[in-house]
Write a protein that binds this ligand. Structure first.
Ligand SMILES: [Zn+2]
Ligand SMILES: [Zn+2]
Length: 174
């Protein structure tokens, strides 16, 4: 999905389109374990411009399939990301562009009268990928001794002398 800058009407325009998980995977630089996108990616945005400066504001919605970092069970996370970008034309002469820092994520260049909206969508989804996904905040994870999933089962490891104080505490609570 490319937006032709000179075609954007004075009063702005609304753009809606969809992409799928296949498209997302194809754009990843290499297969990574950051999760997959099982459902449709829905994009809804508005674009308007002042001369050559283009403003784009909208939302990206989809879901991400990942694994819980504590218990390794699959987790499906909803993604709903609002974005806002300001695009200016890339200067014709190299060296005239301003240095962009990490703080300028919402500021970008376009060239040849065209803006790649898919780049925006891809970036928004990547930004939403949690570093440590959890199935639930209260996830108890795996037992470090026997590997059992402590959310669904219990084991005798702690009581078996691995940590006497913890075991005592557990009995006290019961
Ligand atoms: Zn978990
Ligand atoms: Zn155990």
């Amino acid at each position: 999905m490319r937006l032709i800058v000179s075609n954007i009407p004075e009063g702005g325009t609304n753009i809606e389109f969809e992409k799928d998980g296949e498209w997302f995977r194809g754009r990843l630089p290499e297969p990574v374990s950051c999760g997959s996108v099982p459902d449709r990616i829905t994009v809804s945005c508005a674009a308007w411009r002042m001369n050559e400066t283009v403003f784009i504001q909208g939302t990206v919605s989809t879901t991400l399939d990942m694994r819980c970092c504590r218990c390794l069970e699959p987790v499906r996370l909803p993604v709903e990301s609002s974005f806002k970008y300001t695009f200016v034309p890339l200067p014709l002469h190299p060296g005239e562009e301003c240095e962009l820092s990490a703080d300028d994520l919402e500021f970008a260049y376009y060239k040849e009268d065209s803006i790649d909206l898919e780049m925006v969508v891809f970036e928004q989804i990547v930004l939403q990928i949690p570093i440590k996904p959890l199935c639930a905040d209260s996830c108890r994870g795996l037992c470090p001794h026997c590997g059992i999933n402590l959310n669904t089962a219990s084991c005798g490891c702690e009581a078996g002398g691995f940590d006497e104080r913890l075991a005592a505490l557990k009995k006290f609570k019961i």
